[in-house]
Design a protein around this ligand. Structure first.
Ligand code: FES
Ligand SMILES: [Fe+2]
Length: 345
């Protein structure tokens, strides 16, 4: 089955349901993720759970129900469901029908968001940066926006070596190295090259940063891109940011940018972390809008891939080997939920 650029298939992976701060203790809400209506709720123990939204009794949206301990209770006839989706209590009778259950999903809170995996268990957690593993981190989200193309297409921007020069005017000859995780769910592209010395700004940059430049893009489940800029340069630690992609409806993808850095101790450490988050944001802003009109109008149809386009071919093969999830085709019939989206002009 072709997964790449196929709106009918949602690959297994972690997708954003909502920001962590928008779901307080004992609160429930109905959200649409990849075209699937879910209830996410935070139990009185602080843990977040996610289930299919519609009650298996008469179909009421559980998102308008209320949290009862670690259960969600339907507002209509008060059936209560636990984290595994099993009905645990029906007020009007003791016996619980075998079919009184809904699909449950694995959740994780990370980078300031609630993420949902389209199955009850996930083989891996939400992806992390190798350089930050085991460290306390601080993250900042930016405004989510839409692109009018499949996320598999706009994700390729990070590894399109030709366009660095033609669109972003970065004249760097890049050498590619790539590495796929044993599970096949992650692929890491690292690009390295010599910094140019044509203009005075480039020469100054080389004095400060050193002669080589390196960046990497780690793709997770074909729906998250973890970008690390300024790798192995002098003076600066690496800058990290995440692009989290969610298909909304055919032809429409939501992109959530998140800036990430190590959490440093003390007020000086706090200042350094904030400074690096701002640097990451500014580097991203410089690149972002230059690509937008291309991806909003593309009819992706690769007829002539050059050797410099090899990363794109590797990426497409990697995506096609991912696993389809139970949410496949749900996106086809989705009514777009625009509650937390801003369309970029
Ligand atoms: S519709 Fe949910 S309990 Fe009846
Ligand atoms: Fe770009």
């Amino acid at each position: 089955m072709q997964i790449f650029n196929n709106w009918d298939v949602i690959a297994k992976g972690w997708y954003i349901a909502c920001a962590s701060g928008t779901l307080s203790i004992a609160q429930a809400k109905s959200v649409q993720v990849c075209g699937q209506q879910l209830v996410v709720f935070r139990g009185e123990d602080g843990q977040v759970r996610a289930l299919d939204a519609y009650c298996p009794h008469l179909g009421t949206d559980l998102g308008i129900g209320h949290v009862d301990g670690t259960w969600i209770r339907c507002v209509f006839h008060q059936w209560a469901f636990d984290a595994s989706g099993e009905c645990q209590h029906i007020p009007c009778q003791a016996e619980i029908p075998a079919a009184a259950k809904v699909q449950a999903y694995k959740t994780e809170e990370k980078y300031g968001f609630i993420w949902v995996y389209p199955d009850i268990e996930a083989p891996e957690g939400v992806a992390e940066f190798e350089e930050l593993q085991g460290m306390a981190i601080v993250s900042q989200s930016d405004t989510a926006f839409e692109r009018r193309c499949h996320h598999h297409i706009c994700m390729m921007n990070g590894i399109d070596a030709q366009h660095l020069k033609t669109i972003h005017h970065l004249d760097i000859q890049m050498q590619l190295s790539l590495n796929q995780s044993a599970s096949g769910t992650q692929m890491d592209f690292t690009m390295q090259g010599n910094l140019p010395q044509t203009t005075w700004q480039e020469r100054l940059g080389q004095r400060l940063l050193g002669s080589t430049y390196e960046y990497s893009m780690l793709y997770a489940n074909g729906c998250m891109g973890l970008l690390t800029m300024m790798k192995n340069v002098r003076l600066f630690p690496p800058l990290h940011m995440i692009f989290a992609y969610t298909p909304i409806a055919p032809g429409r993808t939501r992109i959530q940018p998140i800036y990430v850095t190590q959490k440093r101790q003390g007020s000086w450490g706090w200042l350094v972390s904030q400074f690096l988050l701002i640097c990451t944001r500014l580097a991203y802003y410089r690149l972002r809008d230059e690509d937008g009109r291309i991806y909003d109008n593309i009819q992706f149809d690769p007829k002539n891939l050059l050797s410099i386009d090899a990363p794109l071919a590797h990426y497409r093969n990697y995506v096609n080997r991912l696993e389809p999830s139970r949410w496949s085709q749900a996106v086809k019939t989705a009514t777009p939920d625009r509650s937390h989206i801003e369309t970029r002009k």
